[in-house]
Write a protein that binds this ligand. Structure first.
Ligand SMILES: Nc1nc2c(c(=O)[nH]1)N[C@H]1C(S)=C(S)[C@@H](COP(=O)(O)OP(=O)(O)OC[C@H]3O[C@@H](n4cnc5c(=O)[nH]c(N)nc54)[C@H](O)[C@@H]3O)O[C@H]1N2
Ligand SMILES: Nc1nc2c(c(=O)[nH]1)N[C@H]1C(S)=C(S)[C@@H](COP(=O)(O)OP(=O)(O)OC[C@H]3O[C@@H](n4cnc5c(=O)[nH]c(N)nc54)[C@H](O)[C@@H]3O)O[C@H]1N2
Ligand SMILES: [Mo]
Length: 743
């Protein structure tokens, strides 16, 4: 045994925005421990310090339960029975089915599932898409499970999702409202909490609107306004009404930059009575959108609503910042539109210390990416509708958000699910998905590559062992904020027979006669170096690749600290917004010409969603259930790491009042159920949740008993697969349930 301990710099590559710095201490090819950013190795900047997840990466990824060798299914699909095969048999089978399905149903019958287990530049899903593109094409998707509604609504109103300001600008604000945002737990980056703490220390008031008193409220000692889930847009409507009543509307801004606010500023040919103002005052439907009206829907008192509206307008510059929780709702587009409306009404857009609301994308430097050949198959589906594309792909059309042509030419017949758990665990309505996938005549062939025997892996026909972040090189991008590049350095040799997906995809390519086209003659490492050198052409500040690898990170020195829409707001004639009208579209005439399954009005306004508190279904299922991302996991990752359990034991949050009427005490096992499924889980009684609402963190591993009752606390047995009206996104936070005590 050698005494020499080497420290290798690396970073996480799951879909966590933290992108923290990890220093692996290695001796004799084994990891002894992990430490994190001490700022010794890096240029000054926001510390990229790892949280508990990062510090436990080795315990998650180098655990006993790793998949060890390729396997093929022997039982019924989904049953979880497999036998060991060798890599040649695995690759032969994949190539054979790949070709058979292509030739029988056409290239567009092939689909690569949304998967974010390797959220790095060189990622398995994109590599599979690259190969499929070279082989006639595949059915592709748009949207994400993360931000479908917030991004589409931002594009609808502003023409872009780039609505973010540099986070250091937040310190110029006089009030920060975090609306359904919980950055203390849901890392979008390391910057957000850093600047929010600075803002708090500077005395800037911070308000959080959330059904839960979330971790951010606690850590920042912020004010908490509890609200019923999926009703945010009613509160935003009422705040808008207050601004009108109190004479706090910035008409000069609205006149200059927006269309649709009042009857005098409507798009040509549109009835002036359709304006936002006509809706707010009740001219349209006889109901003024008063705080009292909103109180009945949202559970937030009228006085609190009125007060927040006045504070937001008079504090200007002020920030209304939405997380992505509120938009992961049945009608999730509307709260985003309502937030943007308020930002415009108060003239907070395009100014320092203000904020445009919306998706909040912000990047100053170009991001590296794998070159992708054009996909010859033009059709694209919204990502949340992939199960529908198995059942009725050829019938799906405009009302389903299909792009690239009228109807796809085939249903999905082959799925590659590489480093993802949306095949079962992370998609809405697990029991429905299971039923669809169990039918081998529908989707005929499924390949999964993962590190563990997840719920999705059990549905594979061929199941392949991947390798973890410690076992090969990669490059990572920051997520929401941060101007740097991260380097995943290989720390140890691959475990067992695990292979990075590029390796076996190259062998499939070989059997398709496409190896050269697919690899362009490059190895895994050569691709990374090539991608980096391509980036260097537009980012000359970057050091040599060898230096970057050695340091494990590069922080850009060149930074401007931008404010979204600064030019557009100052001079919209010269710098029009990228919308059809060139203005911010508070009224969107476009939506009048689209087909919808559910209502979608041309203005931001509350529409009572299915499974909201006003749904008659509340008679059977009286409790709202909301999901959230827990600090203990990155989606489903780390659920099998015992070291993480104590951070946040999986349990159903319940208000003591709702528990008392059901005879439930803290820690009791309860059954949470609706028409879609059931899960058995301990109750956690807490006043940190609004009465009438329950909460269950998303990502727990689905684990069904013989009767199909989940024992893992997996929220997706209760969620719906019904898409949102406009974005066709996932409304997985909107659910009605009942809870009963188990004896
Ligand atoms: N620890 C951790 N961090 C993560 C992730 C993770 O899995 N774990 N995942 C990463 C990824 S991929 C993403 S997309 C983001 C997700 O980030 P978000 O989507 O922002 O996270 P959520 O926890 O779903 O929601 C944020 C907050 O919204 C609240 N909320 C839910 N519904 C409503 C509602 O109807 N109204 C209001 N006002 N609030 C509501 C929740 O209680 C929660 O506190 O996080 C990223 N960071
Ligand atoms: N109900 C509900 N459902 C949700 C959400 C919600 O808020 N509520 N959030 C949604 C969001 S925002 C997102 S982004 C999706 C995320 O959905 P997924 O992308 O499916 O996320 P993960 O659960 O992180 O799945 C990653 C998988 O990759 C595997 N993996 C990890 N590292 C590696 C590796 O190096 N190689 C290989 N081959 N495999 C690896 C893990 O074991 C895991 O099975 O979930 C969505 N689902
Ligand atoms: Mo996400």
């Amino acid at each position: 045994m050698s005494d020499e301990i080497k420290i290798i710099h690396t970073t996480g590559r799951n879909n966590c925005g933290g992108r923290c710095i990890i220093h692996a201490h290695v001796r004799d090819g084994k990891i002894l421990r992990l430490t994190t950013d001490t700022q010794e190795c890096a240029a000054p900047g926001v510390p990229l310090t790892a949280c508990a997840r990062g510090m436990n990466y080795h315990k998650t990824f180098l655990s006993e339960d790793r998949l060890r060798y390729p396997m093929k299914r022997v039982g019924r699909r989904g049953e979880g029975k497999f036998v060991r095969i060798d890599w040649d048999e695995a690759v032969d089978t994949i190539a054979r089915e790949w070709i058979r399905i292509r030739d029988t149903y056409g290239p567009g019958s092939r689909y690569v599932n949304y998967s974010t287990g390797v959220s790095a530049v060189f990622r398995p899903d994109r590599l599979a898409m690259r190969l499929l593109s070279l082989d006639g094409g595949f059915l592709s998707y748009y949207n994400s499970y993360s931000s479908a509604c917030i991004r589409q609504a931002s594009i609808l109103m502003y023409g872009t999702g780039n609505t973010g300001n540099a986070p250091e600008d937040w310190l110029n604000s006089n009030l920060i409202i975090l609306w359904g945002h919980n950055p203390a737990a849901t890392k979008f980056d390391c910057e957000t909490m850093y600047y929010l703490r600075k803002a708090r220390d500077k005395g800037i008031p911070i308000v959080v609107v959330d059904p839960r008193e979330n971790e951010t409220v606690r850590q920042l000692k912020a004010e908490w306004i509890p609200i019923r889930p999926a009703t945010d847009s009613a509160m935003l409507d009422a705040m808008a009404w207050v601004l009108v009543q109190e004479g706090l509307v910035d008409h000069e801004f609205l006149d200059r930059c927006c269309i649709g606010f009042d009857p005098d500023h409507m798009p040509l040919g549109v009835d002036p009575g359709e304006s936002v103002l006509s809706y707010l005052t009740g001219e349209q439907d006889g109901v003024p959108k008063t705080p009292e009206w909103a109180e009945a829907i949202t559970g937030v008192s009228a006085a609190v609503i009125r007060n927040l509206a006045i504070r937001y307008a008079t504090a200007r510059p002020s920030i209304l910042y939405q997380g992505w929780g509120p938009q992961r709702n049945a009608y999730g587009e509307q709260c985003v539109r309502g937030g943007i409306l308020l930002a415009c009404m108060t003239g907070n857009v395009g100014i320092h210390g203000g904020y445009a609301c919306g998706a909040g994308d912000y990047a100053e430097h170009k991001r590296p990416s794998l070159p992708m050949p054009k996909n010859p198959y033009p059709y694209r589906i919204p990502v949340f509708l992939w199960t529908d594309a198995i059942l009725r792909g050829t019938e799906m059309g405009a009302a389903d958000g299909v792009r690239g042509g009228e109807h796809p030419l085939s249903n999905i017949k082959m799925i590659l699910n590489l480093a993802g758990n949306t095949l079962i665990n992370q998609h809405g309505d697990i029991n429905r998905t299971k039923e669809i996938l169990s039918d081998e005549l529908k989707c005929e062939f499924i390949v999964c590559s993962d590190l563990f025997m997840t719920a999705s892996a059990k549905f594979a026909d061929i199941l392949l062992p991947g390798i973890s972040m410690f076992e090969c090189d990669n490059i990572t991008n920051p997520w929401q904020y941060g101007e740097f590049l991260g380097c995943c350095n290989k720390v140890i040799e691959p475990l067992y027979e695990g292979r990075f997906e590029y390796e076996w995809l190259s062998e499939v390519a070989e059997r398709l006669g496409l190896r050269q086209a697919f690899t362009e003659g490059r190895t895994h490492s050569e691709w990374l170096e090539y991608i980096y050198s391509e980036l260097q052409k537009s980012e000359p500040e970057l050091p040599d690749y060898a230096v970057f690898k050695e340091t494990g990170i590069y922080r850009y020195k060149e930074k401007h600290g931008g404010v979204a829409f600064e030019m557009e707001c100052k001079d919209p004639e010269r710098y029009p917004f990228p919308t059809p009208s060139g203005k911010i579209e508070l009224y969107s005439d476009r939506v009048n010409h689209l087909a919808f399954r559910d209502p979608f009005p041309p203005i931001p306004r509350y529409v009572a969603p299915p499974e909201g508190p006003q749904d008659p279904l509340t008679q059977r299922y009286p409790l709202q259930l909301v999901g959230w991302h827990t600090p203990r996991r990155c989606h489903s990752i780390h659920d099998n790491n015992l070291a993480m359990h104590a951070i946040d034991p999986q349990a159903l949050w319940m208000h003591p009042k709702d528990a008392a009427s059901r005879g439930i005490r803290d820690g009791d096992m309860v059954l949470v159920f609706n028409d879609r499924g059931k899960t058995r889980i301990p109750a956690h009684l807490t006043e940190r949740i609004m009465p009438g609402v329950t909460a269950l963190s998303q990502g727990a591993w689905y684990d069904a008993d013989e009767e199909g009752v989940d024992r893992g606390g997996s929220i997706n047995v209760l969620t719906s697969s019904h898409p949102t009206p406009y974005a066709h996104g996932n409304g997985q936070h909107t659910n009605l349930v009942e809870v009963k005590k188990l004896s």
